[in-house]
Design a protein around this ligand. Structure first.
Ligand code: CMC
Length: 429
């Protein structure tokens, strides 16, 4: 029997269930309801998992009330300042920051896997030139399962780690290849002497015909953005990866499911939607009108980049990104949308509607302004999110698969359709 329990009484039958209350290292305690159907004959109802922990995890902790985010116990602010993205990848995958030897070895492993199979380039050619890059990424990621048969035994830890390295290494190559396809330019091979972010910049903006050296300011900004997007515990896309992976499917297929989930405007697609919204608002004079629209329940318009399921305080990632945006704009020239975003934030944060509901800017509010300054088209913004988040998806997938108590995810439902009835003959319908 657990130290703490909660008694749940069914008033109709008079039966009581004694449910264990489980404590994690940090955060709210969790009521373990697994024996509820057996003891009381009931399931629980929680659409959107607003009150349900779907798993145990030791990767990321966030406190929405405090606006705190930590990977493996390390505050996001310190990781963004002191580490590069690949060190953070290692931390998420292995639980500890790498030593200098481990760091070097890990970087070598990632470098070794940056190329994509030539067959994948032909696969890309099948897409229309104007296909959304997230559509291409979903397809291409899924297709990796058809290329790497030697790393799909999910029960072998060595194969799992090779899959992890492949995915982290190939994401920038695939992302840049999707972009090059959309503009009709040759897909470039990675330059492995460059850092992770610089290599991506080369594959995005380089051309085979002329020299190109990635800008260190741009590379540093991207690297920090990848760190900030690397994981966010059980968000929609990570939960999708876990659910897909729980059937023991091919890992590349599970990650492709995560990419598809990320694309939605309520999730990673919000960074693209924010810039489109700022363009639509156009000027500071129009802000009040759009704030009124966001508050109007008959209007589907929402303030994109605002609000979060868990954060009821400032998203710590948004604070870092806002500062980073100022630094990037100082080098790349001011963007009137930055001023518009700042004013929008200021006005919304004083508005009773947003104050009451504790709606604050989230990670997507300022990131698009940086991406835009660095030259990325709007359609690529969510792809950039996906590059950073890939390690989080794999870390969660590996944590789940290596847990001996893993079971297939299979939610229940409250059925509200017709009760049993007989199929009438065709003439009687
Ligand atoms: N603009 C206007 N009203 C909002 C907004 C917003 N952006 N977000 C929430 N609300 C209102 C909502 O209408 C509801 O009001 P009421 O209680 O009167 O019905 C209340 O706030 C609670 O909202 P909810 O929809 O129940 O909250 P949720 O946890 O289900 O949704 C969310 C979270 C992120 C989907 C939502 O805040 C939203 O749609 N935000 C805009 C899209 C966005 O920026 N998404 C990125 C999320 S963070 C990064 C990521 O996941 O990729």
């Amino acid at each position: 029997m657990a130290d703490k329990t909660v008694s749940l009484k069914d008033n109709s039958s008079g039966k009581t269930a004694e449910l264990p209350l489980r404590e994690g290292t940090l955060g709210s305690s969790v009521l373990d309801i697994r024996k509820l159907p057996k003891e009381l004959g009931h399931f629980t109802f929680d659409p959107g998992f607003k009150a349900t922990a779907s798993c145990e995890s030791a990767i990321t902790y966030l406190d929405g009330g405090k606006g705190q985010l930590m990977y493996r116990g390390y505050p996001i602010e310190q990781l963004a300042e002191k580490c590069n993205y690949l060190e953070v990848c290692y931390l998420l995958l292995h639980g500890e920051l790498p030593s200098s030897t481990e760091k070097e070895q890990f970087e070598t492993n990632i470098r070794y896997h940056t190329m994509i199979n030539e067959g994948l380039r032909k696969f890309l050619d099948g897409f229309r030139y104007d296909a959304h890059p997230m559509a291409m990424m979903t397809g291409v990621l899924g297709s990796l399962s058809a290329f790497y048969h030697d790393s799909t035994n999910i029960h072998d830890p060595d194969q799992r780690i090779i899959t992890a390295h492949r995915l982290i290494a190939k994401m920038p190559t695939l992302a840049a290849a999707c972009y090059k396809h959309s503009i009709g330019e040759p897909v470039l091979y990675p330059r492995n002497e460059l850092s992770y972010a610089s290599n991506f910049l080369w594959m995005m903006w380089g051309r085979p015909t002329e020299p190109y050296e990635p800008d260190p300011v741009a590379a540093k900004a991207l690297d920090v953005l990848f760190i900030l997007h690397a994981d966010h515990e059980q968000n929609a896309s990570t939960s999708t990866v876990r659910l897909a992976g729980s059937s023991q499917t091919n890992p590349f297929g599970a990650i492709a499911a995560g990419v598809a989930s990320l694309w939605g405007p309520a999730h990673g697609g919000a960074n693209e939607a924010v810039l489109r919204m700022l363009d639509e608002i156009g000027s500071v004079d129009n802000i009040d009108k759009y704030i009124d629209r966001a508050k109007d329940k008959n209007d589907p318009f929402r303030l994109m980049g605002f609000g979060h399921r868990v954060y009821k305080n400032m998203d710590p990632r948004a604070l870092i990104i806002k500062k980073l945006a100022d630094e990037v704009l100082e080098k790349y020239g001011d963007d009137p949308r930055m001023e518009l975003a700042r004013r929008l934030e200021e006005i919304a944060l004083k508005d009773e509607y947003f104050v009451e509901r504790r709606l604050y800017p989230n990670v997507d509010f300022y990131s698009g302004i940086i991406y835009q300054a660095l030259g990325f088209p709007y359609e690529m913004f969510t792809v950039l999110f996906a590059i950073g988040r890939t390690v989080g998806w794999i870390a969660h997938w590996m944590e789940m698969i290596s847990d001996p108590s893993m079971v297939i995810g299979r939610p229940r439902q409250l059925y509200v359709g017709p009760a049993e009835r007989n199929v009438p003959d065709l003439d009687d319908r």
